[in-house]
Design a binder for this molecule. Structure first.
Ligand code: NAD
Ligand code: IPM
Ligand code: MN
Length: 367
C-alpha cells in the first residue's frame, strides 16, 4: 500500500518558519515510527501571488483535492494589503476551504498545566481547560451574496450577507454533536437569534438535530454573552458550535485562555473521501505574524499540534497524536518557552527551531 499523502502549503510570514519544524517531525515519524508520508509542497497566499499572480494556482487546488490531508502554515502580510480583493492572500485560503467543502472547523483550546500561569486570566480559571470550538467554515457572511462595494447615491456602500441554509447548519451541528458524544456530552450553540433571522434558523435546526443525540446536554447562548462567558468561566463549556464569523472571533478569544495564539491548532474537515477519511486541512489558528517574521521567534507549537490533529483525524494514529502532544507537554513542563510565552520572569526564550529541537528530543525520549 502506498504511504498516506500530505500536501504542505507553508504560505507567508512565519508560515514557512513554523512549517519547517513540522517537516522535521513528519520525518521523525518516518524514521523512528515506520510511519512514512508522501509529502509534497506548494505555494499559497502571497507566495503564490508573487509566483503566479493568483493566491492559489488551479494546479495547487487540484493537488489539494487529491491528497489525504493538507497542512497549511499561514497567509497574508502587509505587502499584500492593497491588492485587489480577488487576489488577496486570504482568498487562497478561503478558496481551499470552499472547494474542499471543509464545513466543520475544529478549534480546540487546551490549557497545558505548565502554561496556566501564563494565561491573561487567573490560573484557577484556566487550569485544566479543555474545550472544543466547532466553527462553520464554508458559508455565512464570509461567502454570502450579495457582497461588494457599490455606489448608492453620492456615496458608497459596503455589503456582506449572512446566509445559512438548513442543510449547512444541520451538517455542522451533527459534527459538533458527534464530537460532544466522544467528549463530555455537552454542547453549547452560539448565535444571535435575538437580532438575526439566520440565528433563529440556526437555533431551530440545532434543536431539531438534538433529537438524534438525546444523551448530549444542549444549551443555546447569544454569541456576545458567549464571548463574555468564555473569559468569565471557560470551563463551563465542553463543545461550542457557532457560525463562521462568530467562530473566527471566539476562537481567537479562546486562544488567550491557553496562553498564546501560538498554541492553537485547528482541523478543517469535510465529507468522507473514497478512503472513508474526511477531506481535511490542518492549520494553526494564528496568522502570518508580520511583526515577528524572520526573527526566529515564532512559536511552532500551534502548527505542530495541527499535525497531531492530522495524525488523529486523517491517519487513524490516535496513539501517535497522544505521543506528540505528550512530548509538547514535557517540553513546556521543562520550562522551554518561545518569546510569546514569556512573562517578566527573565527566562531566556528559545528560537523556533530550538523549540523544534526540544520536541524532537522529547519524542526520542518517548520511545
Ligand atoms: P496574527 O495571528 O498573524 O498575529 C497576531 C499577534 O499574535 C501578533 O502579535 C503575532 O506576532 C502573534 N502571533 C501569532 N502567531 C504567533 C506564533 N506562532 N508565535 C508567536 N506569536 C504569534 O494576526 P494579524 O496580525 O491580525 O494578521 C496578520 C496577517 O495574517 C493578516 O494578513 C491576516 O489576514 C493573516 N491571517 C492569516 C491566518 C491564516 O492564514 N489562517 C489567520 C489569521 C490572520
Ligand atoms: C482564520 C483567519 C482567516 C479567517 C483569514 C485569514 C481568512 O483569520 O483562519 O482564523 O478569517 O477565517
Ligand atoms: Mn481568525
Amino acid at each position: 500500500m502506498s504511504n498516506p499523502s500530505i500536501l504542505i502549503l507553508p504560505g507567508d510570514g512565519i508560515g514557512p518558519e513554523v512549517m519547517a519544524q513540522v517537516t522535521r517531525i513528519i520525518d521523525w515519524y518516518g524514521n523512528k515510527r515506520d510511519l512514512a508520508f508522501d509529502v509534497s509542497t506548494d505555494l499559497v497566499g502571497g507566495a503564490a501571488y508573487d509566483a503566479h499572480g493568483v493566491p492559489l494556482h488551479d494546479d495547487t487546488m487540484a493537488r489539494a483535492m487529491q491528497v489525504d490531508a493538507v497542512l497549511l502554515g499561514a497567509v497574508g502580510g502587509p505587502k499584500y494589503d492593497d491588492l485587489d480583493f480577488s487576489v488577496k492572500p486570504e482568498r487562497g485560503l478561503l478558496r481551499l476551504r470552499k472547494e474542499m467543502d471543509l464545513f466543520s472547523n475544529l478549534r480546540p483550546a487546551q490549557c497545558f498545566d505548565a502554561l496556566a500561569d501564563f494565561s491573561s486570566l487567573k490560573k484557577d480559571i484556566v487550569a485544566g481547560l479543555d474545550i472544543m470550538i466547532v466553527r462553520e467554515l464554508t458559508s455565512g457572511v464570509y461567502f454570502g451574496e450579495p457582497r461588494g462595494i457599490f455606489n448608492e447615491g453620492n456615496e458608497r456602500v459596503g455589503i456582506n450577507t449572512q446566509r445559512y441554509t438548513e442543510s449547512e447548519i444541520e451538517r455542522v451541528a451533527r459534527s459538533a454533536f458527534e464530537l460532544a458524544m466522544a467528549r463530555g456530552k455537552k454542547l453549547c450553540s452560539m448565535e444571535k437569534a435575538n437580532v438575526m433571522e439566520s440565528g433563529v434558523l440556526w437555533r431551530e435546526v440545532v434543536t431539531r438535530v438534538h433529537a438524534d443525540y438525546p444523551e448530549v446536554e444542549l444549551s443555546h447562548m447569544y454569541a456576545d454573552n458567549g464571548a463574555m462567558q468564555l473569559v468569565r468561566a471557560p470551563k463551563q463549556f465542553d463543545v461550542i458550535v457557532t457560525d463562521n464569523l462568530f467562530g473566527d472571533i471566539l476562537s481567537d478569544c479562546a486562544a488567550m485562555l491557553t496562553g498564546s495564539l501560538g498554541m492553537l491548532p485547528s482541523a478543517s474537515l469535510g465529507a468522507p473521501m473514497d478512503n472513508g477519511r474526511p477531506r481535511a486541512m490542518y492549520e494553526p489558528v494564528h496568522g502570518s505574524a508580520p511583526d515577528i517574521t524572520g526573527q526566529s521567534k515564532a512559536n511552532p507549537i500551534a502548527c505542530i499540534l495541527s499535525f497531531a490533529m492530522a495524525l488523529r483525524y486523517s491517519f487513524d494514529q490516535g496513539a501517535e497524536a497522544d505521543r506528540l502532544e505528550a512530548a509538547i507537554e514535557t517540553v513546556l513542563a521543562d520550562g522551554l518557552r518561545t518569546a510569546d510565552l514569556l512573562g517578566e520572569d527573565g527566562v531566556t526564550p528559545v528560537s523556533t527551531s530550538g523549540m523544534g529541537d526540544a520536541i524532537l528530543a522529547a519524542l526520542d525520549a518517548s520511545l
